[in-house]
Design a protein around this ligand. Structure first.
Ligand code: ZN
Ligand code: ZN
Length: 392
């Protein structure tokens, strides 16, 4: 029962166990390696696919960081590889029809495995395409920037609208701190913000259990909370890119993925703070602007959602409010890792901010503290108050 609580993260792949939540959990990822020099584990990880061709996908930035080394180590070990480079210059690659179609075009009939070298967008794009063409993929992470490395959803765009269709889990994850150390500070902050967002996500999950009787797994919550503690403890070293701090961040991002995979829902990782972030991002994309990094927005949004829990304290189910730290505490934790804390710091304008508070709950059908406020007739009053607090 709950054996996974006694394992280190690299022992978790291919684990099955009976859980105290009443379910049998199965974690199907084949290999996880998070350490200095983890790229050395790639040839062994990819060995079962050596009969076919391996498509390695990167952009001009991730090629420099890890793509060249990835290609080199595979060639040295006798793999037949094909390379796909997205040269986007300084622009951000968008996981839209064009990007996904291009990856599909490069998949030959004898391709047996894809390897994504990158973080958010490259991971999501390769994940989505391989899920549809039924190929395994391995992610070589270049930044501890988001929690989608081990997650079966793939946020992508269709007709300018973001959605997150079910895809599949990665076959393997390489988190080499030598690569992660080269990540730009804003991507490190983004990953950190995404981890901080779990604080409100867990409170939101508890609210859904108590109000609409959703399922919840205590083992998964424990896994995530432990990883958060370790990550926050090591957070001051993120600004100077200490390997230990980066590994703890990567581990927290991966652990929330493990928890998601165990319960087959993104509840352990994503609550109302993600709804606000998606709302802001869709607005930016619709206006043809480069959005803020996902996790930067999530971190900021979690301080906003914490205020909702505070404002609703008088009517929340017992115990739910206590799961969400005060917004000042979340701001302090964000600052520890050097991440922004306010929507004004990241360029969200007053109207967009207020709109997102009023309509954020419509982004996805999931129950959240935003919907709780709406159903109790408190949404507008709280949205007005919080907007005034930030924007005057
Ligand atoms: Zn996230
Ligand atoms: Zn469970």
């Amino acid at each position: 029962m709950n054996e996974i609580l006694n394992m280190t993260i690299d022992q978790m792949p291919q684990t099955q166990f009976d859980c105290s939540c009443g379910r049998h959990h199965n974690f199907s990822v084949h290999d996880i390696s998070i350490r200095k020099g983890a790229i050395e584990d790639l040839p062994k990880m990819a060995e079962p696919f050596k009969d076919g061709k391996i498509l390695v996908v990167f952009d001009n930035h991730t090629y420099e960081v890890a793509g060249r080394r990835t290609v080199e180590i595979l060639k040295d070990n006798g793999f037949d590889i094909k390379e796909l480079l997205f040269d986007t210059g300084d622009d951000i690659l968008i996981p839209d029809e064009k990007t996904l179609g291009r990856i599909l075009e490069e998949q030959d009939l004898d391709t047996s495995l894809m390897i994504a070298v990158g973080s958010g967008v490259l991971n999501d794009s390769v994940k989505f395409v391989t899920s549809r063409t039924k190929l395994p993929y391995i992610i070589v992470a270049t930044a501890p920037s988001m929690d989608g490395y081990v997650a079966d959803g793939a946020p992508i765009f269709c007709d300018g609208h973001k959605y997150s269709p079910l895809a599949h889990l990665t076959y393997g994850l390489i988190g080499d701190t030598d690569f992660l150390q080269t990540a730009p500070q804003d991507l490190i902050q983004a990953g950190y913000g995404d981890v901080v967002g779990k604080l409100t996500a867990i409170a939101d999950w508890d609210l859904a259990v108590k109000v609409v009787d959703e399922y919840r797994c205590g083992t998964c919550v424990t896994l995530v909370q432990r990883a958060l503690d370790k990550c926050f403890y090591n957070a001051p070293g993120l600004k100077t890119r200490e390997p230990q701090s980066l590994a703890a961040l990567m581990e927290a991002l991966t652990m929330t993925g493990v928890a998601m995979a165990l319960v087959n829902t993104s509840r352990p990782a994503s609550g109302a703070e993600h709804m606000l972030s998606h709302y802001w991002e869709m607005d930016y994309i619709a206006r043809g602007l480069n959005p803020n990094h996902h996790g930067i927005q999530v971190g900021v949004a979690s301080t906003v959602i914490a205020r909702f829990f505070e404002e609703l304290a008088d009517i929340l189910p017992e115990g739910t409010g206590a799961l969400c730290p005060p917004h000042e505490e979340i701001e302090r934790i964000l600052r520890l890792g050097g991440a922004p804390v306010s929507p004004t710091e990241i360029g969200i304008d007053k109207k967009l901010f207020h709109d997102s508070l009023m309509e954020g709950y419509t982004v996805r059908p999931r129950y959240s503290v935003l919907r709780f406020a709406k159903e109790n007739g408190r949404l507008k009053e709280i949205a007005d108050k919080i907007t005034k607090e930030f924007y005057g």
